[in-house]
Ligand binder design. Structure first.
Ligand code: ATP
Ligand code: MG
Length: 140
């Protein structure tokens, strides 16, 4: 069953630094995503820790939050039918070594950590993540 969904995409610091913004947004537009809102942010370590709180305690948490605060990111609010699963499909596997040809991570990711993009993984996490970076009036 198809349902209209919203999801959060992030173009991570590695991909912004490598000039991948245009290519990644192009992929979203070609697949018919509606871009509700977007902003360039350089988040603090604390803000990265808050965003990735579900991963607190994991061995890669410190390194991940340091990476996510090392430079600017582009946070994007997206809308489409089945947006959550479809954006994750376009992103490809977390580890670029396992990412399929044609996916964003296959093309742009450097490693399992520096993997170019983020996408929400479920409706409840999408709601939390969108509200972490956007106010209600920014998502119309
Ligand atoms: P994201 O949440 O960024 O969309 P994901 O859902 O594919 O990616 P998660 O398991 O939620 O992956 O991990 C969040 C992020 O933490 C990954 O995107 C990656 O940057 C980093 N990460 C995940 N696993 C590892 C690992 N084993 N070593 C280093 N970094 C990791
Ligand atoms: Mg995840």
């Amino acid at each position: 069953m198809k349902t209209l969904q919203r999801t959060l995409a992030i173009i991570k610091p590695d991909a912004v630094a490598r000039g991948a913004i245009g290519d990644i947004i192009g992929s979203l537009e070609r697949r018919g995503f509606r871009i509700l809102s977007g902003k360039m942010l350089h988040i603090t370590r604390k803000q990265a820790e808050g965003f990735y709180a579900v991963h607190a305690g994991k061995p890669f948490f410190e390194s991940l939050t340091k990476f996510m605060s090392e430079g600017p990111i582009l946070v994007i609010a997206l809308e489409k039918e089945n947006a959550i699963a479809e954006w994750r499909e376009i992103m490809g596997a977390t580890n670029p070594a396992n990412a399929k040809e044609g996916t964003v991570r296959k093309k742009w990711a450097e490693s399992i950590e520096r993997n170019a993009v983020h996408g929400s993984d479920a409706e409840d996490t999408a709601r939390f993540e969108l509200s972490y970076f956007f106010a209600g009036y920014e998502l119309q």
